[in-house]
Design a protein around this ligand. Structure first.
Ligand SMILES: Cc1cc2nc3c(=O)[nH]c(=O)nc-3n(C[C@H](O)[C@H](O)[C@H](O)COP(=O)(O)OP(=O)(O)OC[C@H]3O[C@@H](n4cnc5c(N)ncnc54)[C@H](O)[C@@H]3O)c2cc1C
Ligand code: FES
Length: 243
């Protein structure tokens, strides 16, 4: 984990209420897709945990939805402002667990944390199928960027305004992958884990205090006992998760 100051390079809308912020600064603590950062926002005691969409040696991108006061303040930040951020938090996805073909299933903003995972898998020569679920066409984010990586992409919307109409589980193949990864609403991930025909892992979300393993405020119950989502997760193997 590292604490540093970052300069906002851009902070632009991707979809209604959803923004992508590019932060320039030290990214050396980020090691895996699915890790998150903890953003300090002036006037708020607690930092806000947000997953890293992608990063390089100069900058990182985070994608966030305005749901409350903290993210609303973030959405009004402008290029040139600086932010105090903790980076390199959480374990991230285990890209090495997939040996040949990966199935990635995301729901809504869950598309962001799995983006760098998909990139690593494609770069490692794995076949990658991504099923992305959204409420409607207006909410679709990052689909073209996943396609540009070389992944096969299926978009599913609840109202049928883009891609297949229905739930991500309606689009899941019955086989053809040796490992799966999922990130999105809990109810969706539970259904994905139940339907998956291979081993896999899911990224959990809990309210956080310290964000770095000290306060135990984010503890969840797993098959191997209590675990901290921020430090032992947020990614857990399917068999560990007690829904
Ligand atoms: C590991 C992790 C990764 C996340 N990645 C993303 C992401 O990539 N994009 C994104 O839009 N959101 C992400 N979230 C959810 C994000 O942290 C919350 O939406 C955000 O903190 C809300 O802040 P707020 O001040 O706008 O809302 P408020 O409701 O005003 O927040 C009040 C308090 O509750 C906490 N809180 C509210 N909702 C959540 C939530 N869903 N999860 C955890 N804490 C919450 C806030 O951090 C704050 O401490 C992630 C959460 C976790 C735990
Ligand atoms: S938030 Fe403090 S231990 Fe996880």
């Amino acid at each position: 984990m590292k604490q540093a100051c970052y300069t906002i390079e851009s902070n632009l809308p991707l979809a209604p209420g959803v923004y992508r912020m590019c932060l320039v600064g030290d990214t050396s603590a980020i090691t895996a897709g699915g890790q998150f950062v903890d953003v300090a926002i002036g006037g708020f005691f607690l930092r806000r945990p947000i997953a890293v969409q992608k990063w390089d040696s100069r900058s990182m991108h985070i994608v966030y939805k305005v749901v409350g006061k903290g993210t609303e303040v973030m959405s009004r930040m402008t290029p040139g402002q600086s932010l105090d951020v903790l980076t390199g938090l959480g374990n991230g996805f285990d890209a090495g667990a997939c040996k040949a073909s990966a199935l990635i299933v995301s729901g809504g903003l869950g598309a962001s944390p799995v983006f760098s995972l998909a990139k690593s898998l494609v770069e490692a020569g794995r076949k990658v199928e991504v099923i992305m679920g959204f409420n409607s066409a207006a909410d679709v984010i990052l689909a073209d960027e996943f396609k540009a990586l070389g992944a096969s992409v299926d978009v599913v919307t609840m109202d049928g305004s883009c891609g297949l109409k229905g739930l991500v589980t309606d689009a899941m193949p019955s086989d053809g992958y040796d490992y799966f990864y999922t990130c999105g609403p809990k109810v969706m991930m539970k259904a994905v884990c139940a339907k998956a025909s291979a081993p896999g892992e899911a990224s959990l979300e809990e309210r956080m205090g310290c964000g770095c393993g000290i306060c135990y405020g984010c503890t969840c119950h797993t098959a191997s006992g209590p675990k901290r989502v921020c430090a032992d997760g947020p990614v857990f193997k399917k068999e560990e998760i007690i829904w």
